[in-house]
Design a protein around this ligand. Structure first.
Ligand code: ADP
Length: 473
């Protein structure tokens, strides 16, 4: 009993008193009825107590050590087990306690591993995600949330990073705060949309889900964010596209309908007007046909955009064919088309039909916008470097269509390949343009893993250059 504390002594004394009680009762009873003298009875009680204390000290001291050991375990799970001296029962109790301690340590390790893997799982989710307590304070957040709110740097500093902050300090949008309050008050899933203005404007959807029971660490709400910027942009583009396409078709259609009405009414017997109107109607109907053809081309190309074409295409023959098709148009505007191809140029890796459409559109634009009596130069050569917008490395083909017309103001160049984008709306329509030609060119070059660049000086003309992969070897 080397390290017996006053508390254990008091406990051992108390343990010794209990078993003495029956013997004391008998001795005191014998004293009461006069069978034992009081001094004898009292001495006997003392002797019984001392004998009992010896037994208790020798037998129960081990149990006292076990009690102290279990008390120590509460403060320190790695506390060393005591050395027991006598009792086999105490040995068994200690063995069970040690097994229990091991089980508990294993469980704790498992729980720690689970918590770490849970954090790893949350961190691997691409969407920002955090957990809130009932007072709307952040209990934990995943890596995407920390990155989004740019608090990684301040984590564990005085600001405390994301953890511990009120939701209002993280997302300042009142709609999200209201949704979180509602989820807590009515114990139901809520949703809200909010916009983060910096560094680039992004719109997020927040899904807020209450937990059925508040977790031990205080988690009561899950807030999952989803970036909706791209989807909203696509929705807007789709809606704009349908509106633009309908508008483009409605204009010639309204004109055709107007002329039909006139021909059925006031101009019924006017042969000259009829001829004139029929001519305009034919022009409008042709415009609608071109528009529908271009729309169909675009959707066909979009469908195939992720499969790379594999034909070997002779560019000289292709450019010559494209120029010949536009010969009548060029002659009408007294435009000369010249062709300059490096002898023995390697073929392009592509789809001949699609590439014909690319150069048909570019040459047609050069003839249309290059000015009357102008000149259009077609050149095809090998380029040892690729423009930054072209994927891959190594040499490629560089095919340019150059005109010497009015050119394109710099600010319009980045938007030229957008559907229905025109520098001068009236001019394009008057020249029979659909506003889709360059969008088609861009989609075809994308499908070919090529690139399109535009250079222009206002008043001096424009050069559209298409870079294409070439057949090597
Ligand atoms: P469009 O059918 O109107 O010609 P495109 O998509 O082919 O449509 O061209 C978009 C716009 O780009 C044209 O409306 C025109 O304003 C401008 N553009 C295209 N090519 C040229 C060029 N060679 N010179 C000047 N402007 C051009």
């Amino acid at each position: 009993m080397g390290q017996t504390s006053p508390a254990s002594l008091r406990r051992l004394a108390a343990w010794a008193v209990g078993p003495c009680l029956p013997a004391w009762a008998v001795l005191l009873g014998l004293g009461l009825i006069g069978r034992l003298s009081w001094p004898t009875a009292l001495i006997s009680c003392l002797v019984v107590f001392l004998l009992m204390a010896v037994v208790v000290l020798s037998r129960l001291a081990d149990f006292d050590r076990i009690i102290r050991y279990s008390e120590d375990l509460l403060a320190n799970p790695d506390a060393p087990a005591p050395l027991l001296q006598t009792s086999a029962t105490a040995q068994r109790l200690l063995a069970s306690l040690t097994a229990l301690r091991k089980l508990w340590a294993d469980r704790r390790e498992e729980a720690d591993a689970l918590a770490t893997s849970r954090q790893d799982i949350l961190d691997s989710l691409p969407d920002p995600f955090f957990l809130l307590d009932r007072r709307r304070r952040v209990v934990s957040a995943n890596a995407a949330a920390r990155l989004l709110f740019d608090l990684e740097r301040t984590t564990d500093q005085r600001m405390g990073g994301l953890t511990g902050r009120d939701l209002a300090g993280v997302i300042r949008d009142p709609k999200v705060l209201e949704a979180a309050d509602l989820a807590l008050a009515q114990n139901r899933k809520t949703e809200a949309q909010f916009t983060l203005p910096a560094p680039v404007e992004h719109t997020f959807g927040a899904l807020i889900v209450p937990l059925s029971a508040t977790a031990q660490n205080g988690t009561a709400l899950i807030v999952a964010l989803h970036d909706q910027t791209e989807r909203l942009k696509m929705d807007r583009m789709r809606a704009d596209f349908v509106a633009n396409a309908s508008h483009e078709l409605r204009t010639p259609l309204a004109s055709v309908l107007g002329f039909i009405e006139t021909l059925r009414g006031p101009a019924r017997d006017d042969t000259k007007a009829r001829e004139e109107f029929l001519e305009i109607m034919l022009k409008q109907a042709n415009r609608m046909t071109r528009l529908i053809d271009d729309l169909l081309s675009l959707s066909r190309i979009e469908l195939r955009e992720h499969t790379r074409p594999t034909e070997a295409v002779d560019m000289e023959a292709l450019l010559r064919g494209a120029a010949e098709l536009l010969d009548r148009q060029a002659k009408e505007r007294r435009v000369t088309i010249t062709l300059n191809v490096t002898p023995g140029l390697a073929p392009a890796l592509g789809d001949a039909q699609e590439l014909s459409q690319v150069f048909h559109n570019l040459i047609s634009n050069a003839v249309k916008y290059g000015g009357e009596q102008g000149r259009v130069e077609l050149t095809a050569e090998k380029s040892d470097t690729r423009p930054p917008s072209m994927p891959g490395r190594g040499p490629c083909l560089k095919i340019s269509v150059r005109d010497f017309g009015e050119g394109i103001p710099r600010e319009h160049i980045p938007r030229l390949t957008e559907r229905f984008y025109r520098v001068d709306n009236a001019r394009s329509r008057e020249l029979g343009g659909t506003g889709l030609g360059l969008a088609i060119v861009k989609h075809i070059t994308n499908r070919h893993r090529g690139a399109l660049t535009v250079d222009s000086d206002v008043g001096k003309g424009a050069t559209f250059t298409v870079y294409l992969p070439m057949v090597v070897g």
